[in-house]
Write a protein that binds this ligand. Structure first.
Ligand code: GLV
Length: 318
C-alpha cells in the first residue's frame, strides 16, 4: 500500500482531495511544516512526499525518505528548494504546480505596483497614526499608473497575465524576450527588448523569472543605476533575484523611487534598511494566497502524486 506524506497541515477544504489519494496519507501537525526534524522523521518509508517551497528537498531528506520514494510534489510553481540532480540520481520524479497560480500572482503584482506607486500603505499608516489632514494638492502624490511604462522581466505565464492587466491601465508594456512568450507578446502588443534597455525605459519593473543560478542577483547595483529615479521595482518572483543590499542602497540614494516586495533574499529576514522606509511595501510571500488558488495548487500536487503512484506520467513534472 503506497504511503504519501504531506509536509504541512492542509486546510479543511482540502480533505476531499486528500481522501482521493490511494493508500495511506499522513499530514504534518505543523501548519507551516517548518520543523525539519519532524519532516525528516515523517517522510521515512514514503512513496510520495508533498512539499512546500520553504522545505529543502536535498540529499538529507531523500535519504530520510529512503529508496521507496517515487515522487516529490512541490506545492509551488518554483522548485529552487529542490536538488533536482539528487532527485534525478535516485529516480525520484519532481512535480510543481504551474498555471493554477498565474492569475493570483499577477493580481498581487498589480496590487503591489498600485500600492507602491500611489503610496497606499504609507497613506493608510498616516491616517491610523491620527495625523490631522485635509484635502491638499500635494498630499501623498505618487506615480500615475495609468499610462505608465511597465517592464516585465520574465515573460512566462505569470508575466503574460501581468501584461493582460496592464492593458486595462493603458500602459506601454515592455518585456525581456522569451521563446515561449513570443506569440503572447505579439498578441498583447508587448515590446520585447534586452534587460538594460527595459530598465532604462520603465516606470514600473516587475520581476517574473524563476530563481536559477543565472537569475540570482539579476537586479543589482548596476541595474538600479540604469533605472529612472521615480521608477518602482515589484518582486513577486523570488527574493534572491534582487541584490537586497543594493536595492536598499539605491532607495537611500534616490536612484529609484520605491519597491513593492512579496519575496526577500533571506526569507523571512528582510534587510534592515528596507523595513523603516515609507517608499517600500512589504508582504510576507503571499502571491498565490487566494483561497481557491491555494486549493487548486494542492489538488494539482495530489494529481501528480496520484499519477506517479498509478505508474502514469504526472500532469506537471519539472
Ligand atoms: C510561490 O512562490 C510559488 O513558487 O508557487
Amino acid at each position: 500500500m503506497p504511503r504519501t506524506h504531506v509536509g504541512f497541515r492542509p486546510t479543511p477544504d482540502a480533505r476531499a482531495a486528500l481522501d482521493s489519494l490511494p493508500g495511506e496519507v499522513t499530514t504534518s501537525h505543523d501548519p507551516s511544516g517548518q520543523e525539519r526534524a519532524a519532516l525528516l522523521a515523517d517522510v521515512a518509508g514514503c512513496d510520495a512526499v508533498v512539499t512546500l517551497l520553504t522545505q529543502r528537498v536535498d540529499k538529507e531528506l531523500l535519504d530520510a525518505a529512503g529508496p521507496g520514494l517515487r515522487v516529490v510534489a512541490n506545492v509551488a510553481v518554483g522548485h529552487d528548494n529542490i536538488d533536482l540532480d539528487a532527485c534525478r540520481q535516485r529516480n525520484v520524479i519532481v512535480t510543481t504546480t504551474p498555471g493554477v497560480l498565474d492569475q493570483a500572482t499577477a493580481d498581487l503584482a498589480f496590487a503591489l505596483a498600485l500600492a507602491t506607486a500611489r503610496r497606499v500603505v504609507e497613506a493608510d499608516a498616516f491616517i491610523r497614526a491620527g495625523n490631522a489632514w485635509t484635502w491638499s494638492p500635494d498630499l501623498f502624490v505618487g506615480l500615475d499608473v495609468t499610462g505608465a511604462t511597465l517592464g516585465i522581466v520574465g515573460f512566462g505565464r505569470i508575466g503574460q497575465q501581468v501584461a493582460r492587466r496592464a492593458a486595462a491601465f493603458d500602459m506601454r508594456v515592455l518585456a525581456t524576450p522569451s521563446r515561449s512568450g513570443a506569440a503572447a507578446a505579439t498578441e498583447l502588443g508587448v515590446e520585447t527588448m534586452p534587460l538594460d534597455r527595459l530598465l532604462g525605459e520603465s516606470d514600473i519593473v516587475s520581476l517574473h523569472c524563476p530563481l536559477t543560478p543565472e537569475t540570482r542577483h539579476l537586479i543589482g547595483a548596476e541595474e538600479f543605476a540604469l533605472m529612472k529615479p521615480e521608477a518602482i521595482l515589484v518582486n513577486t518572483a523570488r527574493g534572491p533575484i534582487v541584490d537586497e543590499a543594493a536595492l536598499a542602497a539605491a532607495l537611500i540614494a534616490g536612484q529609484i523611487g520605491g519597491a513593492g516586495l512579496d519575496v526577500f533574499e533571506h526569507e523571512p529576514d528582510i534587510h534592515h534598511d528596507l523595513v523603516g522606509r515609507p517608499d517600500v511595501v512589504l508582504l510576507p510571500h503571499i502571491g498565490s494566497a487566494g483561497r481557491r488558488t491555494r486549493l487548486r495548487m494542492l489538488e494539482l500536487a495530489l494529481d501528480n502524486v496520484r499519477a506517479v503512484l498509478a505508474g502514469e506520467t504526472p500532469p506537471t513534472p519539472v
